[in-house]
Design a protein around this ligand. Structure first.
Ligand code: 5GP
Ligand code: MN
Length: 347
């Protein structure tokens, strides 16, 4: 974990924060646990050091993450456009977290590009789009952006986190816990060191676990059952599995944002399956979620066929075709990548 944060970057970060009168901290569309964890943690930390901060997200986030938004202060652009624009016009420092392409923030991209504020990006995805930022703190070896922010704060604090606020510690832990799918993926030695230090700090691990993974609705559990029983398709010849959820499926189970979180991992639990996909019908597009095991790069797969990107083993994107054509399109893409899929199956 030594070297996750370069000394010079920490110094530049500190100087930029010290100069700033109003800091906007933002994250990507469809914010997940790592997105909300990292923005609320950094905001809590900077506020405890006397800085004025506002947190902005492009659209709403799942209810089971709302406990991290103390006092419901997060501004949601799709609902509070005027307030968000006002904050951007006043801010003199913008800190972007947990995304590598500016298109990941939809309309907020224009607010960033049109602002004369200093701009910082901190993220753990490969190939970050760096040109819009004055300082980029990027590392793909950490489990999550929340972990990256942990190491940044720890460096700023001179090597220990004793004096960070309790809700900052809590958000850092939750962000890491969700992005690793509860310690299943992308966990390195440093992730355990971070967890150890956060537990020593006093986070209540059991309660956080229950809040995040035990806060689902009945409809969500039944939608999962329906997805596995009626919608999951397994293609043994490609070592692939996928689920397509139409608007009708979602409506039938009283869908709310975040309900399908984790579904995409399910086919990977089947012996011989090394790539899985979840397609969800949205207004005007199909949301794509991809996962892999054994070295098949879904980051490349998504860039090539699904207008997206991500990590090697977890990526996402969008399709602009009717939901009825998605299955055939996906199977065609698999056939085109047969060689790399076979290699992954042999591993
Ligand atoms: P998820 O499947 O959980 O939505 O996303 C998995 C990973 O892929 C996340 O790290 C996320 O940042 C990335 N990702 C998801 N959707 C997109 C997208 O549309 N564009 C890009 N560039 N990355 C995405
Ligand atoms: Mn993340």
């Amino acid at each position: 974990m030594k070297g996750y944060i370069k000394r010079k970057q920490a110094v530049e970060f500190r100087e930029a924060a010290e100069r700033a009168k109003l800091i906007v901290i933002l994250t990507h569309t469809n914010p997940d646990g790592d997105a909300i964890g990292s923005v609320t943690a950094l905001s809590s930390y900077l506020k405890s050091r006397g800085k004025a901060c506002k947190v902005v997200v492009p659209n709403p986030f799942p209810k089971n993450l709302a406990f991290m938004d103390k006092g419901r202060k997060i501004l949601i652009n799709s609902r509070q456009k005027e307030s968000v624009q006002a904050v951007f016009s006043e801010a003199d420092l913008i800190i972007a977290l947990d995304f590598n392409q500016l298109k990941r923030v939809d309309e907020v991209e224009a607010y960033i590009r049109n602002s004369s504020a200093a701009k910082i990006l901190a993220d753990h995805h490969p190939q970050p789009e760096t040109s819009a930022f004055d300082l980029v703190i990027s590392n793909t070896e950490v489990s999550s952006t929340s972990e990256l922010i942990f190491w940044l704060i720890r460096t700023l604090e001179g090597g220990n986190i004793r004096n960070i606020p309790a809700d900052c510690a809590q958000s850092l832990y939750v962000g890491m816990m969700t992005d690793t799918n509860n310690f299943a993926n992308s966990v390195a030695a440093g992730t355990f060191k971070m967890s150890y230090e956060l537990m020593e700090h006093g986070i209540d691990k059991e309660t956080l676990q229950l809040k995040v993974f035990g806060g689902f609705s009945e409809g969500r559990m039944r939608l999962l059952g329906h997805s596995l029983l009626n919608k999951m398709k397994i293609l043994n010849e490609f070592g692939a599995g996928y689920i397509i959820l139409t608007k009708e499926d979602l409506e039938n189970f009283g869908f709310s944002e975040g309900d399908t979180e984790g579904f995409v991992n399910m086919p990977l639990n089947i012996n011989g399956i090394t790539v899985s996909a979840l397609f969800t019908e949205k207004d005007g597009h199909i949301r794509v979620s991809l996962r892999s095991a054994n070295g098949f790069s879904v980051n490349k797969f998504s860039r090539k066929y699904f207008n997206g990107a991500g990590h090697e083993r977890a990526a996402g994107g969008k399709l602009f075709i009717p939901v009825g054509e998605v299955g055939a399109y996906f199977e065609k893409c698999l056939a085109l990548e047969q060689d790399s899929l076979s290699k992954a199956q042999d591993l």
